[in-house]
Ligand binder design. Structure first.
Ligand SMILES: *[C@@H]1O[C@H](CO)[C@@H](O)[C@H](O)[C@H]1NC(C)=O
Ligand SMILES: *[C@@H]1O[C@H](CO)[C@@H](O)[C@H](O)[C@H]1NC(C)=O
Ligand SMILES: *[C@@H]1O[C@H](CO)[C@@H](O)[C@H](O)[C@H]1NC(C)=O
Length: 490
């Protein structure tokens, strides 16, 4: 038996060794989806793909529990809506820390490293709604962490949008904090720095490209052939580095040259805009991951930041105010399937989610005998797309090239799946629609007619209580047999 144990130990050490090589990769786990993947499947998806850090937008109890003893480090967020009450009293912050940090750390084994207080609270579009409350909320959360004895292990930070700094000269060296919040930013960074906490910043080359029709596309990527931007002796060939160094300059100018920086969000969407497609997303991530795996810093700061990709999966219930692409930031599709092959740095392609259960293989489409000129059709389409996600149908998107009939089918199906293929959801469109078992997307794989996740089935398997213990026992039995097989193969 001792012999077996020795082999088992070696076996696990070798697995561990393989894991360690891909450390330093983080991702954002957003849950604004009509059919979110079950948390245990998401956690497995992160693990098999080598993500060892995750950022959550709030302390969702299901997500937090699934992260318990997973080996994944967690940055847990606080929504902007809670900032005012957290700012108003330390008691509220203590309650929050007790329920959402201490509990999960000590009772559930969640490796919480950071609390993200608010999410991009100084965005110009919020029109100062959160500028007064963010710093007091941060101070109260920090005080509560210290009081709970977590001051050393858990750091409070604030994920900020890159528009909290700007450059007057057009060059990174001219970087400084945005004029209207300059004093606030200095106080905030000073507070972070005094507490040994990092500054967290979200940087989006895609949005830079979107915002400016004259933006050189090549400059958005890392392997681009853009003519470099010269800043003294430094030549910048991509906007990520230039943007990041603008922040570094802003920090240096205000006396914070050594505060650690975390990139809280960075990514590229794959649909919903002519600049958002799998080819461009893949190109962006390919360059970004190369940098991460080589531990590459920027000209002004050689230490690489921790980086959280945005995002792990698509979220079909996100607001599309910024644009249709907003629902397509995932490296994976909503169901954890692969959008494009990508080497995460361990020589392996992305691995899809396992164990996902779907609704029946059936779709709601436009009836073959329905008239495309039916006067009711526009209103029905509008109805379908008000409740379901039609962001793939727009100009330059994955299903933007469909003819009017297929376009209608796609919208009907989106509605039908959104409402779990319930009886009556296809009938909603009267004689215009019909259910089919033939995949309407069979001829064009780039335009997907989704079948939704069966959330009902997943709820049954992942109910709390006795069942999870049962699964664990089964899992370890399987592991044991695999191990025996391994010995036999030796
Ligand atoms: C813990 O976090 C959740 C999710 O954001 C929130 O709904 C809840 O109110 C928080 N608990 C406390 C005591 O603030
Ligand atoms: C990754 O996936 C692509 C496309 O599916 C395939 O062509 C390639 O061979 C795969 N690479 C590895 C290392 O598995
Ligand atoms: C496709 O459907 C969308 C959403 O209902 C609609 O706005 C658009 O006009 C349709 N396009 C065509 C070509 O019918």
């Amino acid at each position: 038996m001792g012999f077996h144990y020795m082999f088992m130990t070696l076996f696990f050490i070798s697995i561990l060794g393989r894991r360690l090589r891909v450390d330093g990769l983080g991702c954002n786990w957003g849950t604004r989806a009509t059919h979110p993947l079950p948390p245990n499947i998401v956690v497995n998806l992160m693990k098999v793909n080598g993500f060892d850090k995750v950022k959550l937008f709030e302390a969702d109890p299901w997500a937090m529990q699934a992260l318990g003893r997973s080996g994944i480090q967690v940055m847990v967020g606080i929504p902007n809506e809670m900032l005012a009450s957290l700012a108003s009293s330390v008691r509220v912050a203590e309650e929050w820390v007790s329920q959402n940090v201490s509990y999960f750390l000590s009772q559930k084994g969640v490796d919480i490293r950071y609390v993200a207080v608010g999410n991009e609270p100084f965005l110009k579009t919020y029109q100062n709604k959160f500028t007064q409350v963010t710093l007091p909320a941060l101070q109260n959360v920090q005080a509560a962490l210290i009081k709970a004895g977590l001051g050393r292990d858990v750091k409070a930070t604030v994920p900020l949008n890159a528009d909290v700094y700007e450059t007057g000269t057009g060059l990174p060296s001219g970087g400084n904090f945005r004029a209207d919040i300059h004093t606030l930013m200095v106080s905030l960074v000073k507070f972070l720095s005094q507490n040994g906490a990092p500054l967290t910043i979200n940087i989006y080359p895609f949005l830079s490209l979107q915002a400016d029709p004259h933006f050189p596309v090549e400059y958005a990527f890392f392997d681009g052939s853009a003519s470099p931007l010269l800043d003294g002796s430094i030549a910048y060939t991509n906007v990520f580095e230039a943007n990041y160094d603008t922040l570094v300059s802003a920090l240096e100018k205000n006396g914070f040259s050594s505060i650690p920086i975390i990139v809280g969000e960075v990514g590229w969407p794959s649909d919903g805009d002519p600049n958002a497609n799998p080819q461009m997303a893949r190109r962006f991530y390919h360059g970004l991951l190369n940098r991460i795996n080589q531990g590459q810093g920027t000209p002004k700061r050689s230490t690489p930041p921790d980086i959280y990709l945005f995002a792990l999966t698509d979220e079909d219930a996100k607001s599309i105010d910024p644009g249709n692409f907003e629902r397509h930031w995932g490296i994976f599709n909503f169901d954890g399937t692969i959008k494009y092959p990508l080497d995460l740095g361990n020589g392996r392609n992305l691995t899809a989610a396992k164990g996902v259960r779907y609704l029946a293989r059936q779709w709601c489409i436009m009836a073959p005998d329905a008239n495309i000129l039916d006067p009711n059709l526009p209103e029905k389409l509008n109805f379908a797309c008000t409740y379901a996600d039609c962001t793939s149908l727009g100009f330059g998107s994955s299903c933007g090239g469909l003819d009017a009939r297929s376009n209608a089918s796609h919208a009907f199906n989106a509605y039908y799946q959104r409402f779990n293929q319930q009886k009556g959801s296809c009938e909603q469109f009267g004689s215009l629609s019909v259910v089919t078992k033939i995949d309407p997307g069979i001829r064009d794989p780039s335009c997907r007619y989704e079948i939704m996740i069966d959330t009902g089935k997943h709820e049954l398997v992942s109910n709390p209580g006795t069942s999870s213990g049962h699964v664990m026992i089964r899992g370890s039995v399987v592991a044991w047999w695999l191990f025996m097989l391994f010995l036999v193969c030796l």
